[in-house]
Design a protein around this ligand. Structure first.
Ligand SMILES: Nc1ncnc2c1ncn2[C@@H]1O[C@H](COP(=O)(O)OP(=O)(O)OP(=O)(O)O)[C@@H](O)[C@H]1O
Ligand SMILES: [Mg+2]
Length: 484
């Protein structure tokens, strides 16, 4: 039941209207997956629904009619008092209760130019932990998406990092996720672009719909168009019987993640632009068009700005994609995140390997802080995983690190300039006992590839050019050395 005085919000209405309005409000409150809380002008709880009360480990009965400050110890939710006093709303505040993230809007309730109270609206962010998860249409779509392998694994909770840049990015992510705007995620290789894309989907209202990824660099241009739009039976020689549904259609009701968008050919750029504008799909060989309700998230590690300048990327598409830009800084620019990432990866591999690694030696910590991480978070995770494969005790020491890191501190050399470069960037080669020439050559190749990636700021096309090899050739090597 609404607190008796809550009818004051409905001033000027007849008794019957009051009753109907109250019923409607009660139904909305009780059936909402969002946490809802209303306080009056003196800070007393007027109404709270089960979703929020149970997150606070209490019940609505124990809260209603009492002062919010007495029944809720959560500092974030107590902001509501501030909103009642100031009358200024606060939107998109990221917070958590018992490690469960939520996004909150605090809104004053104003009537006759007087502040009558305030409403807190809480969206819990991990879909599988949401109060309403598992019900109705959502679950049907989710099951279907899961069968097709189109669900996401990561949520914003999986994005580790408390550097100011990362806190900022996570806040922006949560603010833009519920809207339908196109998002462009930029950042060097291994900075977490795909992780962010999945987290956007998971925090959006489309989260029970499909998440469909298209890697624009991995598929030849000739096939990419049918990958995007699908084709009718007999559209070309070798086409499948019954034709094929395109990924933009598969993503209907969900999100399409266009990875490596900088590699899209000019002609496909034009077609994608048309799709973003009209949301219409025309299969190859088909005469009619179909609508597909899709949110576009794109990612790239190339500088699209430059590409636009050199007429390699359409300006109009760039602006369409770049409505919101999440630019993830390289790990070397937020070294304070390394500690938390290491802890997270150690925990992960402890679970996977069934061992109890407790941490790093001081020396390894220093190395991690000095190294420039050209492969970013992916490289850091690979280094930890590798250490788990060779560790005997329960602390990761220098000898468990690959050569390009182990030799970063204090090696002597004759070529000062090259030595400085190697030290600064963590590259060096040594002949270790028990290593074959082939292993040392592999090590050298990996180091050179890392150097090329660093010089090209993660741009794989440029790195391949620097190395004088083809892009697919570079991809193969990145996979071989666990850098892809
Ligand atoms: N902030 C982070 N917290 C936890 N894990 C992270 C973070 N950033 C990246 N990772 C992990 O690092 C790996 C690489 O991330 P991801 O694939 O998202 O990078 P990317 O930017 O898409 O790289 P590429 O440009 O090479 O495709 C993944 O295993 C991801 O889970
Ligand atoms: Mg990626």
């Amino acid at each position: 039941m609404f607190y008796p005085e809550s009818t004051s919000y409905l001033a000027g209405k007849s008794k019957k209207e009051d009753y109907t309005a109250e019923k409607i409000l009660n139904t909305i409150f009780e059936n909402s997956n969002e946490g809802l809380l209303v306080i009056g002008e003196n800070g007393e709880v007027r109404q709270v629904n089960n979703a929020l009360a149970s997150a606070l480990k209490t019940t609505p009965d124990k809260m209603i009619g009492r002062l919010l400050t007495d029944v809720c110890k959560h500092n974030g939710l107590r902001r509501l008092i501030k909103v009642v006093n100031s009358g200024v709303p606060e939107f998109g505040k990221l917070d958590s209760i018992d490690g469960r993230s939520f996004l909150a809007d605090y809104i004053p309730i104003i009537s006759n130019q007087l502040i009558q109270g305030a409403l807190a609206k809480i969206i819990f962010l991990t879909p599988e932990r949401e109060p309403g998860y598992g019900l109705g249409e959502g679950v049907r779509k989710k099951k279907q998406a899961s069968r097709n392998g189109l669900t996401v694994f990561y949520t914003v909770d999986h994005i580790i990092g408390n550097s100011p840049q990362m806190i900022d990015l996570k806040e922006t992510l949560l603010k833009v996720a519920p809207r339908n705007s196109t998002v462009l995620i930029t950042g060097e290789s291994g900075t977490g672009k795909e992780l962010f894309a999945q987290a956007i989907h998971a925090a959006s209202l489309r989260r029970s719909g499909p998440f469909v990824k298209i890697n624009c660099a991995a598929i030849p241009d000739t096939l990419l168009e049918s990958e995007f739009f699908g084709y009718e039976e007999g559209a070309f020689t070798g086409s499948k019987r019954g034709g094929q549904i395109g990924k933009l259609e598969k993503a209907n009701g969900g999100t399409v993640f266009l990875d490596e968008i900088g590699d899209l050919s000019f002609s496909l750029q034009a077609k994608l632009l048309r799709f973003i504008q009209d949301k219409e799909i025309q299969k190859l060989g088909a005469s009619e068009t179909k609508m597909s309700d899709v949110r576009v998230v794109a990612a790239t590690n190339v500088n699209l700005d430059q590409m636009v300048k050199y007429k390699k990327f359409r300006e109009d598409l760039y602006y369409r994609l770049n409505v919101v830009n999440l630019s993830i800084p390289p790990l070397r620019e937020r070294k304070e995140d390394i500690r938390a990432l290491v802890d997270c990866f150690i925990e992960k591999y402890n679970r996977l390997f069934g061992i109890q690694v407790t941490g790093l030696t001081q020396e390894v910590e220093t190395i991690f802080q000095r190294y420039s991480w050209p492969g970013n978070v992916r490289e850091l995770e690979n280094v930890i995983e590798r250490a788990f494969n060779v560790i005997e005790g329960n602390v990761i020491c220098k000898k468990h690190l690959p050569a390009q890191l182990a030799n970063i501190l204090g090696s002597e050399g004759s070529n000062r300039e090259s030595e400085d470069f190697q030290q600064e960037n963590g590259f060096s080669l040594t002949l270790s006992e028990g290593q074959t020439l082939a292993e040392i050559m592999d090590q050298a190749e990996k180091i050179i590839i890392l150097q090329a990636l660093m010089k090209s700021k993660g741009n794989k096309a440029k790195a391949a050019q620097l190395l004088g090899i083809s892009r697919p050739g570079l991809y193969k090597k990145l996979v071989k050395y666990n850098l892809a």
